[in-house]
Design a protein around this ligand. Structure first.
Ligand SMILES: C[S@@+](CC[C@H](N)C(=O)[O-])C[C@H]1O[C@@H](n2cnc3c(N)ncnc32)[C@H](O)[C@@H]1O
Length: 446
């Protein structure tokens, strides 16, 4: 594979290309690099490559003519070369994209500087724009080196064994398991027993599990693209069991329209919908907090109908969900029940439709769920009263649909949306992704 590097600092690449495996790959002809100085494609005596931006503003912009001449000259020599502009506005580089690019015969990597390149070159003479991350570098040279390293690793022969490439983070679709080396005891910190056992099957299985665990905790979205074996699924499920979320539906103290403290009535449909939500997302339970005895009796009668009466016989799936419901008379009782089960104080997380607190993001709460049981508090009527909110350790941001202040959702909808924002990322059961370049996508594009 050949890389053409178009830069105004050719000397930048002197040492990085003379070190380690890249140096060897170049010497063995596994990859080829040709450095092109953009100034060689200028025609004026000052070899000018940039100019001030039209419309004013900071910095300089690469002029179109030298870029055009450079691209044209490479294309004339090597018509199939793919022209890539390294740019923070580009497609984010990831392993799959690298695997696609590694199939190309040659790449022309254009390294920008200052304010970047003239838009007409970007829009008409570039095949692909690639960013190496959501940050801004001083120039594209570092990004070009990243591309050379990532792609070269994929070329057979560049890295010692193919196996070590296949097992790296991302190549397998999973993050790599942790590595240990001698000594087996370092300051009392021991290497896991299994790695010293010499039992290769057990070591394989341990490493696979560690990869799954790390990926689930740090980058769960990667698991969506992966074919999981039944053993993987069982293991992931056992890990997800450790995320303990309880949902508290509070009927007192809540607010009415005039912002007065009231007790609200139980709504039957809340019971059904929250029970089904809880079963679907693996929540540990739903506590209905209701101080009015008559109301509690009514709700218990309904639950019993599904658990022990005709309802459950007719619809066992609904019975399974309704098992998630527990009725208690106040918040303290609900917290105590969770404490008894978990043997640790749960985190109380308030939800509120009006923006007046400092908020946790759903992904931050998702990470906390690995450490502690979490109770999500939802208010009925016009929302939770301050005495409840003041007890909460954290708050979740109100749900905003659009750029206006209308967000009057039912508590059932709000709970579903919030739970999905926290746990929906783990929904990789029987996923069927559209294959790349399939007809449906092509139709969308055309
Ligand atoms: C200072 S940057 C230009 C930033 C540009 N004005 C902007 O705000 O997007 C100069 C050059 O560095 C390179 N560069 C900067 N950040 C990059 C990134 N994250 N990935 C790839 N190339 C990058 C590009 O070639 C860019 O033209």
């Amino acid at each position: 594979m050949k890389f053409y590097l178009l830069t105004i600092f050719p000397e930048f690449f002197n040492s990085p290309l003379r070190i380690g495996l890249i140096d060897k790959a170049l010497k063995r002809g596994l990859i080829e690099v040709e450095i092109l100085n953009l100034r060689d494609y200028t025609t004026d005596k000052h070899r000018t490559i940039d100019d001030v931006p039209y419309g004013g503003g900071e910095g300089m912009v690469f002029k179109p003519e030298p870029l055009y001449r450079a691209i044209k000259s490479v294309k004339e020599r090597d018509p199939e070369t793919k022209v890539i502009y390294l740019s923070p506005q580009g497609k984010l580089l990831h392993q799959r994209l690298a695997e696609e690019l590694a199939n190309e015969k040659s790449l022309l990597l254009i390294c920008g500087r200052y304010e970047g390149i003239d838009e007409r070159i970007r829009a008409h003479f570039i095949d692909e724009e690639i960013s190496i991350g959501d940050y801004v570098l001083l120039g594209g040279e570092v990004a070009a080196l990243v591309i050379i390293e990532v792609l070269s690793r994929l070329k057979p022969g560049v890295v010692g064994t193919k196996d070590s490439v296949d097992r790296e983070s991302f190549t397998s679709g999973l993050l790599k398991y942790p590595a240990y080396t001698r000594p087996s005891d370092f300051l009392g910190l021991k290497v896991p027993e299994v790695l010293l056992s010499g039992n290769h099957r057990e070591i394989e299985s341990y490493r696979r599990k560690e990869s799954l665990r790390l990926t689930l905790e740090r980058r769960p979205e990667l698991l969506r693209e992966l074919e999981l074996t039944p053993e993987d699924r069982d293991y992931i499920n056992s890990l997800l069991e450790k995320q303990r979320i309880y949902l508290f539906l509070i009927h007192y103290p809540v607010l009415n329209k005039r912002r007065e403290k009231i007790a609200s009535a139980i709504t039957t449909i809340d019971l059904h919908d929250l029970a089904r939500l809880s079963r679907t997302y693996g929540l540990k339970g739903v506590y209905l907090i209701q101080p009015l005895e008559e109301q509690r009796k009514l709700a218990q009668e309904l639950i019993d109908y599904w658990l022990h009466g005709k309802g459950g016989l007719h619809n066992p799936l609904r019975r399974e969900a309704m098992k998630k419901l527990t009725i208690v008379s106040d918040l303290e009782e609900a917290i105590q029940e969770v404490r008894n089960m978990e043997k640790i104080d749960p985190l109380l997380v308030g939800t509120d439709a009006s923006p007046k607190r400092t908020y946790l993001l759903p992904e931050q709460l998702r990470n906390l769920c690995w450490e502690k049981p979490v109770c999500l508090l939802f208010g009925t009527a016009w929302g939770l009263e301050d005495s409840i909110l003041d007890r909460c350790h954290y708050f979740l941001e109100p749900i905003w649909g659009r750029l206006d202040s209308y967000n009057h959702l039912s508590v059932r909808s709000a709970a579903s949306i919030i739970v999905d924002r926290i746990l929906g990322i783990y929904s990789f059961y029987k996923k069927k992704l559209l294959p790349k370049n399939n007809q449906f996508q092509e139709r969308l594009v055309s």
